[in-house]
Design a protein around this ligand. Sequence first.
Ligand SMILES: Cc1ncc(COP(=O)(O)O)c(C=O)c1O
Ligand SMILES: [Zn+2]
Length: 430
Amino acid sequence: MSVLSAPTTSASTASVDLGPASALSCRECGQRYPLGPIFACAECFGPLEIAYDLPTGDPEGLRARIEAGPASIWRYAELLPVPADVATKPNLNPGWTPLVRADRLAAELGVTGGLWVKDDSGNPTHSFKDRVVANALEAARAFGFTTLSCSSTGNLAGAVGAAAARAGLRSCVFIPHDLEQGKVVMAAVYGGDLVGIEGSYDDVNRFCSELIGDPAGEGWGFVNVNLRPYYAEGSKTLAYEICEQLGWRLPDQLVVPIASGSQLTKIDKGLRELISLGLVEDRPYRIFGAQAEGCSPVSRAFKDGHDVIRPVKPNTIAKSLAIGNPADGPYVLDIARRTGGAVEDVTDAQVVDAIKLLARTEGIFAETAGGVTVGVTRKLIESGALDPTLTTVVLNTGDGLKTLDAVAPTTGPTAIIRPDLDAFREAGLA
Ligand SMILES: Cc1ncc(COP(=O)(O)O)c(C=O)c1O
Ligand SMILES: [Zn+2]
């Protein structure tokens, strides 16, 4: 998305209750704004993010309240821009997904320090996007929006459609017209409007920015544009869950996929919050970003030592990550460099291999984004950038059933036989 578009406010901001969220703050210049459906600083056009009054001083009490909370992201409601009674409102209750100890994958990759897969494929619409949309939904309700919208590379459209259906709101979502069938059907099935745009995700996003400034978009909450500060906070819950599931401990290394880069930056924010709240011991962690070679503007900039991301035209099977002009790319570079991580990319063939490797070793069927993180993990180990003796968490952010096209050409029956034992023996499978 372009954060440089003029901020617009077209819904009510009176008496907003978004829990501990106290203001919006410019990531670049620190300028503060009242909570509202705005996303860019009027002074410097920097992106806005949520500032909080977080519960300090009693980490043991906070930890106990979290542990007694619901098995969803709402166990962390005290740390999110949502009202305290959020769990009682109609929503999809995403999150609290498994952190899978991946010993067989570790053995294949040569990881000895402990390897886990944070498997977000089991969310209500089968990707991590339910986390971010659930947060944006609360902001949409608080600001009085009645239509929920987004520009999407696929997963977000389904997550918005489902969340709107559950909440009783209208939805109208925008996607590139040539997405995988599984994502198109999932985006349409919840009964909202789905619009295919003849162009790339970056064209879709530009179009949505124009729509926000037009009377046609009046009263619309675009979860990843004018509600982006609230939406983005949902990704912090991945960091919270990973640490809680490790026994309130930071992992040493995390491998995170990058499309716009929002998720990676908010995982870092979530980890830093846990440290400053005293919920985990403060020690170093490294964050690694993962892209597909056919859409690797952040990886390119990291390898070239640049601070500026040069936009690309995506061409990869990892369509969910196909953002050629990632809004949070520069912040991803900062985080990878600050934490001693890296940004790496893999070819489409390596993505397919990695999807099959994860499925074969751990019984987890990842969408292409998960193939990207597992493939990049392998590459980072081979290059020595990722230390195999340290605890490592790899994210799988989506479900392989959504991207069957990626593996279908090379995956299928071992044999097709007549229904008799002779035929079975002839096939050599006994
Ligand atoms: C499955 C999946 N993983 C990861 C991402 C990356 O998200 P972000 O834009 O926050 O970098 C996306 C974005 O669409 C996605 O669909
Ligand atoms: Zn600013």
